[in-house]
Design a binder for this molecule. Sequence first.
Ligand SMILES: [Zn+2]
Length: 190
Amino acid sequence: MIAILPSAADPCNLPFPLKNPKEPAMSDSGVKFQPRESIEQVEEGSDLAPKFDDRGLITVVTTDARSGELLMQGYMNAEALARTIRTGEAHYFSRSRQVLWHKGATSGFVQRVRELLVDDDQDCIWLRVDVEGGASCHVGYRSCFYRRVPTGREFGATEVDGRVDLVWTDTEKVFDPEDVYGDAPNPTIL
Ligand SMILES: [Zn+2]
C-alpha cells in the first residue's frame, strides 16, 4: 500500500544515527529510544534500544494476529517505529520512494497492531496485526507471499534446464490495484 505522509524523508535525520550516542533519542512523535550500552541491556533489559542499520532502517516482519500467516516484510526508520508505537497502526519506510508511509491510508487496509515484538539483539521487529478488509499486498493479495518456489523432488519434476516455475498459493485477489491506486506509480522497482 502506498499512502504517503508528508514528512522529512531522509531516514538518517530521524533521529538515527545518534548525534550523541550516550543520550536517548526522541522522535518527532515523542517516543524515546535508548542508546545501546551493553549486551545485557539489549538482550535482557527492558530498554527499547533498537539497532538501525547504516541507512537508518530496521527490518520488520508482519503477520496476521489471528491466523499467524506471514503478510509482508518491510522496513521502518526511527520515526515509522515511533509512530507505530504512538498510534497503534503500522507505519513503514518505503525504500523505493524514500518516504514514511502509513500503511492503508490510501487503500483503507490499515494494519492495527495487536502486538509489537522486538528480537533478542533488537535489530528486527515483528508486528502482529489485524487488517481491515484483509489485504496487505499492493498487488491485491492478502499476503505478499502468494507464490511458492518448488523444491526438491517437485522442482526436479517441473524444471526445464534449471528454470524455476513459481506456483500460486493464493489465486484470489482481495482488491483490484487499479481501482485502489489508479495511476500511482508501482512501488516495485526492477
Ligand atoms: Zn506485497
